[in-house]
Structures are given as structure tokens and as C-alpha cells.
Design a protein around this ligand. Structure first.
Ligand code: ASP
Length: 333
């Protein structure tokens, strides 16, 4: 029988009423006890890595999760991480960069309601995650939620209350699970016997996101330069900068770049990504500045990838080269 390790990190799935709102309190062993049917799929053990609302989960926790998987990698056939839904897509993306080319599946899941409630989605999500993790053809990092299997670099939380909270953005779901049946839409990646994953253990967390609104000006971008190593600028449509290559925003950008910082441009439109070559307000900027364009990456993947890239190097050419190198179908140009 396959051996799967549950790594519990908190989230609604593990929450109870604290008197001041929901807060994670249920342990990894208790979580498992709510879904005895996983015993038919695999031999399962559990560890409690942390017990946090995922609002409080960030880069240091991503490194901790990756380190725990590395420590136990040889002892198990797959891993299931229970996690809060609010930042789950960021953690899924970060793990996709921290653990690359993994022949063993690393599945992240959670729920919109606590596992101790009668009308919860937690038991089904956990069962389906284990079903996917125990399948011999499953690999790499993915998110399983409400019957969907989504690549770790392509997930986004799109609904704050409904059970179908997560979508796969600009990329197909790789599989669905109907009752106990796994239906693969995309052929799984082929790994040769004995293939080993590549683990990374550093991230740069000084990454700023600035979403533009009309009329916002360039003051904030100018002021924040010294506090961050990189900025993601979320602009409009297929991509452009108010004022084009010669306005105040362009001036602030050139100051960031002169200081050796990284600028990633992306769109705030949820689907289909950017192409800054289309309009003059974009093309001018791209020709003038050595910035990076995120094209159709999700914000979650772009942020996590930037942190991973800058954890490896700050040399501008290497940053560009690493950022543009696709990982798990994160970037399709
Ligand atoms: N606030 C919770 C969390 O992200 C929400 C959830 O898990 O659904 O930890």
C-alpha cells in the first residue's frame, strides 16, 4: 500500500469557534480521524507543522513546508498539505518553485467549512486529495479542491464562500475527481525511475505589489523604492503605463532600475494575460526599460516566482533568464 504523509498547517479545515471568530485548533491526527475512508486508499501518517489561519502564512512558512517535505521525501510516496484557503494559491505556487520536478505528488487542500461541521466540504476535499496523491501517475505540486485538480502554478481563489472556490487560470484543470474516480484531462508527465526533485531553500520576501488605478500618480512607486528589492506593477488591459515611456511613472521606474531593483509588469485583468507590444503606451515602455513582463502568469505565481528567483540571484540578466524559464506551465508566451 502507498504511504502518504499529511502535513497540517491550519486553515478553516482545522478551525473551531474561539469566542472571537474561527481559529485553527484541530490537530493533524484529529483531521485524519474525520476521514477514516482514506485508510482504504493508503497508509497515512500525519504531522502538525503549524496551526495558522493562512492570512498569517508567508514565505518563512513556505520554506518550512518545503523543508518538511524534503526531510520526509524518501519515506513516503506522496504528500497532502492541509492549509487555509485564503493564501493557498500563493503557497501552491511557492511550493511549485521550491520543489521542482517532483516524481512524487505534493497536494495542497483545505475547505470552506471546518471538518468538524456536518455540512462541511472538508472531508470530501481531503479524501479526494489523498485519492489523487495515492495514484501512481500523480506528480509535482497541485491543488485539489471541490473535485478539481489544478496545477500549483495555475490556481486562484475566486470565491470567498462557495465550495467551488478555486479555478485554474488560463490553463486546463489537469484532472477531475467524480466520487471516487480520477479522470485525467491531461496526460501526466513521465518521470524515469529514480528521478529526484530539486529543492530550493531561499526566497526574497521584499517584493511589492502595486495595482494601478486611473489618476494614481507615481508618488507611491517613488517613495517605496528603498524598502523593496522588486515591484510587480499591475496595469490595465493587455499592458501599458499611464504616460507611456516618458511620464512620472516611467521616471520612477527608471529610478528603481538604476538602483538594481527588478520590475515585473502584469495586467490586473483576471484572464488571458498581457502583451505590451500591442499599444504604444506599452511598447514604448518595454523598449525603453529592461523590465520583465509576466504575460499570462497568475499574480500568485508571479509573486512567488519573483521571490524564488531573487532568492537565487540579484544579477539583472540572470533574474530575467530565470523568471522567463517556464516552471510547471506557469508562463505561456
Ligand atoms: N481564513 C481561513 C484561512 O485561510 C479561510 C479558509 O481556510 O477557508 O486560513
Amino acid at each position: 500500500m502507498r504511504r502518504i504523509l499529511l502535513l497540517a498547517t491550519g486553515g478553516t479545515i482545522a478551525s473551531k469557534e474561539s469566542g472571537q471568530g474561527l481559529s485553527p485548533a484541530i490537530t493533524s491526527e484529529e483531521i485524519l480521524s474525520y476521514v477514516p475512508a482514506v485508510g482504504e486508499l493508503c497508509r497515512m501518517e500525519a504531522v502538525q507543522l503549524m496551526n495558522l489561519d493562512s492570512t498569517n502564512v508567508g514565505p518563512s512558512h513556505w520554506l518550512k513546508i518545503a523543508a518538511a517535505i524534503r526531510e520526509h521525501y524518501e519515506d513516503y510516496d506522496g504528500f497532502v498539505i492541509t492549509h487555509g484557503t485564503d493564501t493557498m494559491a500563493y503557497t501552491a505556487a511557492a511550493l511549485s518553485y521550491l520543489i521542482q520536478d517532483s516524481p512524487k505528488p505534493i497536494v495542497i487542500t483545505g475547505s470552506q467549512k471546518s471538518i468538524c461541521l456536518d455540512d462541511t466540504d472538508a472531508r470530501r476535499n481531503l479524501f479526494q486529495s489523498v485519492l489523487y496523491a495515492a495514484d501512481r501517475q500523480s506528480h509535482d505540486v497541485s491543488l485539489v479542491f471541490d473535485g478539481r485538480v489544478i496545477l500549483g502554478t495555475r490556481a486562484r481563489k475566486e470565491r470567498s464562500k462557495s465550495f467551488n472556490a478555486f479555478s485554474s487560470v488560463d490553463y486546463p484543470e489537469i484532472a477531475v475527481i467524480r466520487d471516487r474516480k480520477l479522470i485525467r484531462y491531461l496526460a501526466p508527465r513521465a518521470y524515469s525511475y529514480g528521478a529526484e526533485p530539486v529543492f530550493y531553500d531561499s526566497l526574497e520576501d521584499k517584493v511589492l505589489l502595486l495595482t494601478l488605478i486611473p489618476g494614481m500618480g507615481a508618488e507611491a512607486l517613488g517613495l517605496l523604492k528603498d524598502s523593496y528589492q522588486a515591484v510587480i506593477l499591475q496595469s490595465f488591459g493587455v499592458g501599458g503605463l499611464p504616460g507611456g515611456g516618458s511620464g512620472p511613472l516611467a521616471q520612477a521606474m527608471s529610478e528603481w532600475l538604476e538602483a538594481g531593483k527588478t520590475i515585473v509588469m502584469m495586467t490586473q485583468v483576471p484572464y488571458e494575460g498581457s502583451d505590451m507590444s500591442v499599444y504604444q503606451v506599452g511598447q514604448q515602455v518595454k523598449e525603453k526599460f529592461p523590465l520583465i513582463e509576466a504575460y499570462n502568469m497568475t499574480l500568485e505565481a508571479a509573486a512567488a516566482k519573483l521571490m524564488w528567483v531573487l532568492g537565487q540571484t540579484r544579477e539583472p540578466e540572470q533574474v530575467r533568464e530565470l523568471f522567463y524559464r517556464p516552471v510547471q506551465c506557469d508562463l505561456i508566451r
